[in-house]
Design a protein around this ligand. Structure first.
Ligand code: AKB
Length: 318
């Protein structure tokens, strides 16, 4: 059985990826790591946990050695909106963690998954049915880090044979841990606010279309790609993946249909508006479908029903 290390495990994806990996590989084979005390406290109740800074290569390598790690999921990242508040820090953290992950993957022969994002695209990219291989000139530091990450990961594969793989995640909708600092976060926050306050103030324009995925599909994307037959991968870093494309007005209408008392107004965040306008409206994910069988299950209506059910249950248990 493979030993898996998830770095940055306390975030929105990590907190759900840990139990998903445990089901596939067994609890003794999944190690959760994060830098923050409160994240590690939470993770300790779920999994074998190690606390270290992914920018500290010595501490990172000790954990890789200690557990004889075969695969690393590097989820360390400052997201798009936070990145614009401190671009230097975003570069240091996002690229620092990636470089250490690549070097350790090379030294200890690990496979490495590092998510890329729709943030890797920019204003010059075709926005409708965005192709797998296209113009990538992002306008955010987050996007610059993602394009750099894709290039570095392909370089380590071509030059050193490191088994690097990646997907370009769109917005991920989930009800485990809240996202933080992203442009697509509204699509999660709206559900909590609908249930708590029956009202949401949206930071993006009503017609701002973006690709989205529901978390169960996002988790399958990670593990399906990492288990895919390498001979079939023409691309590696990184694959377009999507399951739905909608705008705030669509999501409002969906929730309103189920909760007629729900209201929404807009207080546009100009930075988020600009970022969202530079990203695809909808992506073409046919390469992921052809090369490793990507086939998302959750559509928008199923996702809305499940989010309202799960968050209502969570709130009433408080
Ligand atoms: C963000 O909005 O920054 C992220 C992403 C799409 O990569 N959720």
């Amino acid at each position: 059985m493979k030993n898996i290390l998830v770095v940055g495990a306390g975030g929105q994806i990590g907190i759900e990826l840990i139990p998903h990996l445990q089901k596939l590989y067994g609890e003794d084979h999944v190690i959760a790591a994060d830098i923050k005390d409160e994240m590690c406290e939470k993770l300790k109740s779920m999994a074998i946990t190690e606390q270290f800074d992914a920018l500290d290569v010595k501490a990172y390598s000790q954990v890789v050695k200690k557990y004889q790690i075969d695969s690393i999921y590097n989820l360390v990242a400052l997201l798009s909106a936070t990145g614009e508040k401190n671009p230097q820090l975003a570069w240091q953290v996002n690229i620092g963690a990636l470089l250490n992950s690549l070097e350790l993957a090379k030294e200890y022969s690990c496979a490495l998954f590092t998510p890329s994002s729709i943030g890797a695209f920019g204003l010059d990219t075709p926005h409708q049915n965005t192709p797998q291989d296209t113009i990538m000139r992002p306008g955010t530091i987050y996007g610059v880090c993602k394009v750099t990450g894709e290039l570095l990961s392909d370089y380590y594969y071509a030059r050193f044979g490191v088994d690097t793989r990646s997907v370009r995640f769109p917005g991920i909708i989930s009800n485990g841990a809240l996202p933080g600092g992203g442009t697509t976060d509204y699509a999660v926050e709206i559900f909590y606010e609908a249930i708590k306050n029956k009202h949401f103030t949206c930071p993006l324009p009503a017609d701002s279309y973006l690709d989205m995925l529901y978390m169960p599909d996002a988790l399958n994307a990670c593990t399906q790609l990492m288990e895919a037959d390498p001979a079939k991968l023409k691309h590696r870093n990184s694959f377009n993946v999507t399951a739905m494309s909608f705008c705030p007005a669509d999501l409002y209408a969906d929730i309103k249909k189920r909760m007629p008392e729900f209201t929404m107004d807009y207080q546009i965040n100009p930075i988020m508006k600009e970022i969202a306008a530079s990203w695809p409206d909808s992506m073409d994910d046919s390469c992921a479908r052809q090369e490793w069988g990507w086939n998302p299950v959750w559509d928008r209506q199923m996702m809305v029903d499940d989010m309202l059910r799960a968050i209502s249950a969570k709130m009433s248990a408080l």
